[in-house]
Structures are given as C-alpha cells and as structure tokens.
Design a protein around this ligand. Structure first.
Ligand code: XMP
Length: 591
C-alpha cells in the first residue's frame, strides 16, 4: 500500500450497525489502525483526528425514517476518502443526488453480485478491480439505490438492486450496498483492502509496532513510578502485565488473588508459567477460605457475582497495602535483583517475538534504574480492558495514561446497554482505589491481544486459553458453591478441555463452559446398579467477540469421548447434555 502523509486512523462511523466492530476488525486485519466513532460526531472532530479514511457503517434505520441519523454534515465535501456500507451507502447516494427507493420487500442474505465493468485494469483505482464478474455477497437492506448520483459510476448490481456498488473515483467516494465485512461476502476483504489502498492508508498496524508504541506510551505515562497489576489467570490481564513489564521491568508488581474458583492447574500456570516467561514480580494471595465462607449458602447468580467482586477488591486492596509497605520499607534491593532478571528474560522473549523484542533489554535497564530509587508505592494500576468492552460501555476514560491510546483523544462512545450481568474481573476494581489506570489493551481486539502475547513470549497455554469469567467456576455451578462441587466441575471441565485440545478445536471454538446443575439429580445405571447423579452441560460456542455467539458444531466423536470420559471418570456425574442455544437469546455463561 502506498504511504500517506496522514498517519491517522480509519474512522468507522457507527450508525447502530450490528457489524461496526467487525468493520473495524477487518480494517485492522489489513494492518491499518481503525477506531469506531458515534454517528453524531461533528465533522470538525473527525477532521481533527486526521483520519486516513472514513467508513460509514450500516444501520437498522431507513434514510426516510424521521430522525434517522444523517452523515456528518459536510463529510462528502471534505476531501476525505469515504466508503459507505449499506445504510452509509444510501446516505451517500441520497445526499449527493441519487435515488434511494422505498421498496416493499428488501434483500436479505446471500445475493449474486454482477460487476458492471469486469476485468477493469489494476490501474483503474476502483474497488472492484480484478474481482470475478459474478460473486456472492451478503445483503441486509430494506430500501434500494436505483439511481447513482451524477459523476458516480455504477460498478455492480444484483437482481433486485440496480446500484449495488458505485464510486466517484475523482472525489474518492465509494459505496457498496452489501456487507464486505462479513465472511459470507466472498471477496469482501479484498474490497476493503482496495478501499484502504486507494485511500492511501499505511499498512503499519503490526504486532511489533503495537508493542513498540504501547511500550513507549507506558514509559511516558509511568515515568519513574511503579505499577501494580491484578492477574486473573486470563489472557487479557496476562498480556497487559507482560506489556507493562516490558516497559518498566521490575517496577511492575503483579498480584494474583487465588479465590479457589479457577480451573484445574490454572493457579499453577499463573504462579509458574507466567513468572517463568516474564520474570515478573508476583505476589500470590491465598484467599480461598474467605471466598468459600462468603459464598456459603448463596445460590442467586447476581448475589454470587457481587460477593466475589467484593471479596476480590478486599483481597486486592490488602495485597496492594502490603506491597506498598514492602516498597516503602526500601526493599528496593530485592526489586533491583528482579530488575536484572527481567532484563535477561526480556531478551529471551525477544528471540521469540522478533522485532518487538529489542525493547526487552531496554525495559530491564530501566527497571534496574528505577529500582535504585526504590521506596515508592505504586501509583498506577494496570488493567486488561479490551476495545469491545470500551465500545460497549460507551466509556472513554482514555488509554494509557488516560489519553485514549494510539491516535490520542477520540474513542468510541454513546452506547446504552442493558445490565445483563454484573461482570466482575480485575477490570472491575473501583476507581477510588486511588491508582491511575493504565489500560494498554484498550484499543485492541482479542485476536490482536493474543498475537501480542505470543510476541512477548507468553506460553501458548496462556495465550490460547479459552476466555474465563472473573467469578470463575462459581458461576458455572447452578446452585450453591461448595468445595465438593468445585472439585466435580473442575474434573469435568478439565476432561472437556483436554479432549477439545486433542481434537485440535481450540482455535475453532471460542470457549466451552462446563456447567454443573448442582440442584438437579437424575437416575442412571452404572455397573448394574442404580445411580442418582448430577448432570453437566457442555456449552461449546463459536464467537468473534462474545457479544454474539452460536453453539459450536463439535464433531460427534469428540462429544462422545467427552461424555464417556466424564461419566466414567467423575463418579458424581451420570449425564452429559449439550447446550444448543445461540446468544442471543441465551448468554454464553449460565449465570
Ligand atoms: P456472557 O455469559 O455474558 O459472557 O455471554 C460473555 C463473555 O464474558 C465472559 N464473562 C465474564 N468475563 N468477568 C469476566 O471477566 C465476568 O464477570 C464475566 N461473565 C462472563 C464469558 O465467559 C464470555 O466469554
């Protein structure tokens, strides 16, 4: 892709589309940085961000609905390259003098796109260059574009949509009625890539660059200070910690609250594998007894979540105080030693992470430097908040150091979401803990986080772990949480994970909760005698971001093996059932 003078992001204007996040992710797959902004963002704010290009998303409204969101005023005259998708395309067509007709029936699902000028030359500068004459695209629209604006060329049509794609190359205005971002559009990614190309976007959003940029930002934010990070055992907090550790070395201290609700071997993974890979200074708090006592007799899912959140904060605060006391005691010598350690391991990670590496040694160096100072309590708290969380919560507290991540200010906003569950994770710590937040993953999607984790040298068993909820197995036991039930579900879960891994399905499914229906018993027969045991539910799902999910079609032989092994090896379980509900209407976890 050609280099552009404008280094800014591609801004995806969200008109309430189901697919706005997906558009942003696809752009990043083309190694171009993108962010989502609300449709109400004024043009002046858009221009101030110096975007390389703007993409108008689809949306549920008709352009004729009273109060339907308009395109940012003046956008099409601003000189910025614009791609309109679905509703965004219709706004472009209508605003520039074409015709969007109200039709009785829309066009939904797969459609065959016919190019108007197949075989256009590569020098053509159009979005359909080099694509097959006929191809499958994914449609989802009511109104239809029937006449393109003057100066636009119609580049494709379908049986029911005369203007399915159109462009004005001179003004770099492009539009498609279909959804290039969804997998069902055969050449969607190529079309997006071609748009980014003609817009002159820089393909520099690479793992190595992200790491470099974040490390620089973290260093600038933390200065000579200290940071603390709660590890949950999950991918996000592990990668956030590894990034910060690379930036500031031994001046990061991690806290792992062992609440006794983790899966088999997970506590050990944090205590051993993570420390081995990063050399991080880790404080482990054994709070199992406190959590067990607090959860005793509790069955309501929300009550469980709130109790776990509260206990977690209590344990974390206590650990933070101890660390502060330790640091104030001038145990800088201790930390110093670890600084050197971090140095060495940084180099190690380099070998694996390629380019990103060079910084490891650097970070260690600084760690050592700061250690010399010692004696200061941590003032920064690291959290593994991801971009989808930010978009969904509509928050914009800002990125590392509160600035909004790469690209400075901006940030998504303005979504109202119903409170379905009280999510608890280390990101759920209250702000009045008195720390300044560092959220190095705030602009990233899960797949990007995994790529960074690998480049930083984290072991695959941490990087490729299935997402796991902060409240842990407690919300996978429907009923009261007891140590016996935890032991049962831990075994069953371990078998399911083992078999899914053995079948090579880890990267195909998003996660597979195993849920214990602890207040249900059913009759079975084992070895000629009657059993009266618990059922467990397998909940394998596929998903892009956990916002929506489908039940995963795990091959029968794999399901059979999981079922046989669980009922054979876990004495208390005599029935295994499969959850075949999508999200919505269900959620992924049962509580
Ligand atoms: P649901 O059940 O809402 O889950 O469809 C969506 C995704 O979020 C995970 N999850 C949580 N993660 N703290 C977390 O860190 C939580 O309290 C929590 N509850 C659900 C869930 O595993 C799925 O990946």
């Amino acid at each position: 892709m050609p280099h552009n003078q404008t280094p800014g992001p591609v801004l995806v204007v969200d008109f309430g589309a189901q697919y706005a996040q997906l558009i942003a992710r696809r752009v990043r797959e083309c190694q171009v940085y993108s962010e989502i902004i609300p449709a109400t963002t004024p043009l002046a704010d858009i221009v101030e961000r110096k975007p390389a290009a703007v993409i108008l998303s689809g949306g549920p409204a008709s352009v004729y609905t009273p109060g339907a969101l308009p395109a940012p005023d003046g956008l099409f005259e601003s000189g910025l390259p614009v791609l309109g998708i679905c509703y965004g395309f219709q706004l472009m067509i209508r605003d520039l003098g074409g015709v969007v007709a109200k039709t009785a029936s829309g066009e939904y699902g797969a459609a065959t796109l016919q190019l108007s000028a197949p075989g256009a030359s590569a020098a053509d500068g159009g979005l359909m260059v080099g694509l097959p004459e006929r191809q499958q695209v994914w449609m989802s629209h009511g109104d239809t574009c029937t006449v393109a604006p003057p100066e636009f060329t119609v580049t494709a049509s379908t049986a029911s949509t005369p203007v399915a794609a159109a462009e004005d190359k001179a003004r770099r205005l492009y539009g498609v009625q279909f959804h290039p971002e969804v997998a069902h559009t055969d050449h969607g990614l190529e079309i997006l890539r071609q748009f980014l190309d003609v817009a002159g976007c820089r393909a520099d959003w690479t793992t190595a660059n992200i790491i470099d940029e974040q490390v620089d930002q973290i260093r600038a934010t933390v200065g000579p200070g200290r940071a603390i990070c709660g590890l949950s055992g999950g991918v996000d907090s592990a990668v956030a910690a590894a990034l910060v550790q690379r930036a500031i070395g031994a001046r990061l201290c991690c806290v792992f609250v062992d609440h006794g609700l983790l899966r088999k071997n997970e506590a050990e993974q944090v205590e051993q594998d993570f420390v081995a890979a990063t050399g991080v200074d880790l404080v482990v708090v054994d709070a199992q007894a406190d959590f067990a006592a607090a959860l005793s007799g509790v069955t309501d899912p929300e009550a469980k979540r709130k109790i776990i959140g509260r206990e977690f904060i209590r344990a974390f605060e206590q650990a933070a105080r101890q660390i502060a006391a330790r640091d104030a005691d001038g145990q800088g010598g201790d930390a110093d030693g670890r600084g050197g350690d971090a140095d060495g391991r940084g180099g190690d990670a380099d070998g694996r992470g390629g380019d990103a590496g060079g910084r490891g040694g650097d970070a260690g160096g600084r760690g050592g430097e700061a250690d010399g100072r010692g004696g200061e309590a941590a003032e920064f708290l690291v959290q593994g908040t991801l971009y989808p969380d930010v978009v969904e919560s509509g928050g914009d507290r800002g990125g590392p150091g509160g600035k909004g991540g790469p690209g400075g200010k901006g940030g998504p906003g303005g979504r109202l979401t119903a409170s379905i569950k009280s999510h608890h994770n280390v990101g759920g710590l209250p702000e009045d803990l008195g720390f300044t937040l560092i959220e190095p993953l705030r602009t990233l999607f899960k797949d990007e986080v995994r790529a960074i984790g690998s480049a930083l040298g984290l072991p695959p068993q941490i990087v490729w772990r299935q997402p796991f909820p902060g409240p842990g197995l407690a919300i996978r036991i429907v009923g009261e949480v007891t140590s016996e039930r935890l032991a049962i579900i831990r075994e069953a879960d371990s078998i399911a994970r083992e078999e899914l891994t053995a079948a090579g399905l880890d990267r195909h499914i998003w996660q597979c909760p195993v849920v214990l229906l602890a207040d249900v018993r059913s009759v079975g027969v084992q070895g000629d005698s009657r059993s009266y045991g618990y059922p467990v539910v397998l909940r394998p799902v596929t998903s892009e971001d956990a916002m929506t999910a489908d039940w995963a079609r795990v091959p029968d032989p794999v399901l059979a093996r999981i079922s046989t092994r669980i009922t054979n090896e876990v004495a208390e379980i005599n029935r295994v059932v499969l959850d075949i509900t999508s999200k919505p209407p269900a959620t992924i976890e049962w509580e």
